[in-house]
Write a protein that binds this ligand. Structure first.
Ligand code: PGA
Length: 254
């Protein structure tokens, strides 16, 4: 049985005051939650603030990106070992916004996964197709290639320490969610791709769904056999919405 994992991706949102009430609200609601891993990924500068607020709680901390380098002349970058040093557990890598707007290639994403793993972080590896690719029937080819780059760069065993997030680009921030059947189909495909290399790794890897997941649609998505949690953007900015999704994930266990 895979433990569900729900992680908030705050993107470029937050302020000291807003973060405090959001995180305290989430921590408060987590008291009644069992059997689910919960994390939040604030912008870099707020990581220490959130780490302090979440100290001695089960709320996991994550970043939204990291460098593939460990140190050196890379102005503006943040190394995974620095994230580990300040108490981060997760790092989102290969988010479609970074692939599309900041030119991250499959190879770069694979290098970042390697750096994050060697720093002791758990990468949340995002994969997913655009609307154009889906309409051209290329969903499986796109996802296969995104995964293949990370498998060839890191080996299949690395996936024992990786969480995958399937995020159809057309569903991110659009209010248009993949249907449970559409999502399940791709989640099963992802697991199948890993199973071609190692059946045990494929069975144990957790695959989150991301893209307009909300309290109202979380339960039916999370009820699918290969959906093991969610990567939540917009709905992670309000503690009640985020907790609603976390509760739906906990209900799949109980
Ligand atoms: P959304 O974003 O929940 O706002 O669609 C999800 C994501 O981009 O991770």
């Amino acid at each position: 049985m895979r433990k569900p994992i729900v992680v908030g991706n705050w993107k470029l949102n937050g302020s000291s005051a807003d973060n405090e009430s959001l995180v305290l609200g989430v921590i408060d609601g987590m008291r009644e939650l069992n059997g689910v891993d919960v994390g939040v990924c604030p912008p870099f500068v707020y990581l220490p603030q959130v780490e302090k607020l979440a100290e001695a709680t089960d709320l996991g901390l994550g970043a939204q990106n990291c460098s593939e380098h460990d140190s050196g002349a890379f102005t503006g970058e943040v190394a995974p070992r620095m994230l580990h040093d300040i108490g981060a557990r997760y790092v989102i890598l290969g988010h479609s916004e970074r692939r599309a707007m900041y030119g991250e290639t499959d190879e770069m994403v694979s290098d970042k996964v390697k750096a994050a793993l060697s720093a002791g972080l758990t990468p949340i590896l995002c994969v997913g197709e655009t609307l154009e690719q889906r309409e051209a029937d290329e969903t499986e080819a796109v996802v296969r290639q995104q995964l293949a780059a990370v498998i060839s760069g890191n080996g299949i065993q690395a996936f024992e320490h990786i969480v995958i997030a399937y995020e159809p680009v057309w569903a991110i921030g659009t209010g248009r969610t993949a249907s449970p059947e559409q999502a399940q189909e791709v989640h099963a495909f992802i697991r199948g791709q890993l199973a071609d290399h190692d059946a045990n790794v494929a069975q144990s890897v957790r695959i989150q769904y991301g893209g307009s997941m909300k309290p109202g649609n979380a339960a039916e998505l999370l009820a699918q056999p290969d959906i093991d949690g969610g990567l939540i953007g917009g709905a992670s900015l309000k503690s009640e919405d985020f907790l609603g999704i976390c509760r739906a994930a906990a209900d799949t266990v109980g």
